[in-house]
Ligand binder design. Structure first.
Ligand code: 5GP
Length: 197
């Protein structure tokens, strides 16, 4: 059977509007991905959007609850993004280790950089999901219609795009099918590489 496999953390970041959520939902329909990876569900203090489900997209909590969880060291990492807090619960890492799978976190660049500094190089992989142009990103964000904070999100997206170069992989999501193919290839390659070590 060989040595037990150690879990790798796969960070996926990119501006909102880049299509990270859609990509992840679709990629987890693929058997090889389902068998080898776990996708962490974060806690957040932001309001639930119409199409979102508690426990599937996020665990929605109040700021008070979130701060209590911080004190209890419940989070592997957490960050304030715009006006809200987002955090990855530690228990997903334990679950991934127990099942000998790799753990995928879809988190912002600050969270990504925080973990990159703290986790051994060979135990972390960073993937940035980008958009073809900034104009295209603004167009996608405006289509979403959460108009009040759209300007803030566009400004944040511009900042986040500057971090793409420090990620291990950059996937430009111009076409969903091609982006999915690339993402799957990266995930499986990383998984196989580690098995051979
Ligand atoms: P949204 O409100 O659009 O769902 O997410 C806003 C940003 O927060 C996105 O960049 C998303 O990846 C990030 N995010 C979601 N969960 C976490 C988390 O647990 N930790 C960190 N650091 N960022 C997160």
């Amino acid at each position: 059977m060989g040595k037990p496999q150690e879990t790798k953390i796969i960070i996926i970041s990119g501006p909102s509007g880049a299509g990270k959520t859609t990509l992840l939902k679709k990629i987890f329909l693929r058997p090889l991905i389902k068998k080898n990876f776990i996708l962490a569900v974060s806690y957040t203090t932001r309001m639930k959007r119409k199409q979102e489900k508690e426990g599937r997209d996020y665990f929605f909590v109040s700021k008070e609850q979130f701060h209590r969880l911080i004190k209890k060291k419940f989070f592997l990492e957490y960050q304030k993004v715009l006006n809200d807090y987002y955090g990855t619960p530690r228990y997903f890492l334990k679950e991934a280790q127990k099942k000998r799978r790799d753990l995928i976190l879809c988190i912002d660049v600050k969270g990504g950089m925080y973990l990159k500094k703290r986790i051994k190089k060979d135990k972390i992989v960073t993937i940035f999901i980008g958009v073809p142009t900034q104009g295209e990103l603004s167009r996608r964000l405006r289509k979403r219609g959460d108009s009040k904070i759209i300007k803030k999100r566009i400004a944040l997206a511009k900042k986040e795009l500057q971090f793409a170069k420090v990620y291990d992989y950059l996937i430009i999501n111009q076409n969903l099918q091609s982006a999915l193919k690339l993402l799957e290839r990266v995930l499986i390659t990383e998984r196989l590489q580690r098995r051979r070590q």
